[in-house]
Design a protein around this ligand. Structure first.
Ligand code: MG
Length: 399
């Protein structure tokens, strides 16, 4: 079998999402995805990577994984080159599963869990929907489309939001109420008034549901170290589960200093590309929960090495979502097939909302747990109407 064509697709409406479809002479097609900078990734795939793949055996996945980032400008990052390689890698695993008529989680070694617990990232329907990526301006709170405008929920009525999640069996929620203060002060300091306002959701959650809800706190890498330490101390009273990306994720030493200053786990990081920066973080004792985004870090091939590395350091693994639908499905295959998975990120306003406008099958999430995908490969495909969209941009490189 050989690769005959590499096709990329993106839309104006969901402008962060880029899909790649790998066509073969056997007629089998693999589907992959990445997120952010879709046009830059598209250009890299066709201008640089296509010649490395066309005519090659698509099932030499490990060899391709190395070859695709064997470039001077693609060393251990989540830049466009890594995101391109990630999307292709996911497509190759989808193809492998389809060729063998098995789900991707089986191809990765089989199920380690019958189901995996999910937490809800409390984004709203419009969050990261457009290609503006600066925090706060992309919250898009006005675009209310349904019952799960959870970003507005945590900023205004976090207790009721926690109750609504618990009613669905979801006992973990991720919130980011410190972002407005970080943006306002450029992450350099936090005033007493800002601290009080940002702590309000935690008070409301604990008052409404006690300790039945786990709270993950997202900081989006916006704070300097002393401010992060100050916030970390104040929040300890509310027993959060983890602090995610509290500072820029480029200094294992600084993160280790923060980690040593608090009893709350540090979660890091969707921003890290390839296993190598994780090794530095783990060696420094800077991270307790290993988060990764498969669409950015090198795909399923690199993702399972990162999960294994975490396990080697006796740390749990927690795959990222809050990107696109195919990436979410890939993450679920990874969650289910790694022994040290703690929990899977999910966004109910996405998987009940815009994800369903794009793909045929969404994972089953029941009573706070995600179940294995069924069918060969990833177990989901782009919907036929995606190919008919007037805002669709398709580019092809062929033999
Ligand atoms: Mg995050």
């Amino acid at each position: 079998m050989k690769i005959t064509e590499i096709e990329t697709l993106r839309t104006d409406e969901f402008s962060n999402v880029l899909w790649v479809r790998i066509h073969t002479d056997a007629g089998v097609i693999g589907l992959g995805e990445t997120f952010y900078g879709a046009e830059a990734v598209e250009a890299h795939i066709h201008n640089t990577l296509a010649t490395r793949l066309l005519g090659k055996d698509p099932l030499r996945i490990e060899a391709h994984a190395r070859e695709l980032v064997n470039l001077p400008m693609a060393q251990s990052s989540t830049g466009a080159e890594y995101r391109a390689a990630s999307a292709i890698d996911i497509a190759l695993w989808d193809l492998f599963g389809k060729v063998c008529n098995q789900p991707v989680h089986q191809m990765l070694g089989g199920l380690c869990h019958d189901k995996v617990r999910v937490y809800n990232t409390c984004a709203g329907y419009g969050y990261v929907r457009s290609n503006k990526i600066k925090p706060v301006d992309t919250w898009n709170l006005s675009t209310v489309e349904g019952p799960y405008e959870d970003l507005k929920g945590f900023m205004t009525d976090a207790g009721a939001l926690a109750e609504s999640l618990l009613e669905q069996g979801i006992s973990g929620m991720k919130i980011w109420p410190f972002d407005p203060a970080a943006i306002e002060n450029n992450g350099t300091f936090i005033t007493a008034e800002q601290m009080k306002r940002a702590v309000e959701p935690f008070e409301k959650i604990r008052k409404a549901v006690g300790d039945r809800m786990e709270i993950m706190v997202e900081f989006h890498c916006l704070w300097n170290l002393p401010s992060a330490k100050k916030i970390a101390k104040v929040l300890e009273a509310y027993s959060p589960t983890w602090y995610e990306d509290p500072i820029r994720m480029n200094s294992p030493g600084a993160l280790a200093e923060l980690s040593a200053s608090t009893d709350v786990w540090i979660c890091a990081s969707e921003t890290l590309g390839s296993r190598f920066p994780y090794k530095d973080m783990l060696e420094a004792g800077a991270v307790q929960v290993v988060m990764t985004d498969l669409c950015w870090t090198g795909g399923l091939t690199e993702g399972r090495k990162i999960a294994a590395l975490a396990d080697t350091y006796h740390r749990p693994y927690a795959p990222h979502d809050c990107t696109g639908p195919v990436g979410f499905v890939a993450a679920i295959h990874s969650s289910l097939s790694n022994p040290n998975t703690l929990i899977q990120e999910s966004v109910r306003s996405f998987y009940t909302g815009w994800y369903k406008e794009l793909v045929t099958t969404m994972p089953r999430i029941e009573n706070g747990y995600v179940l294995p995908m069924e069918g060969p490969g990833l177990g989901t495909e782009l919907l036929p109407q995606v190919f008919e969209r007037p805002d669709l941009h398709v580019r092809r490189s062929a033999l």
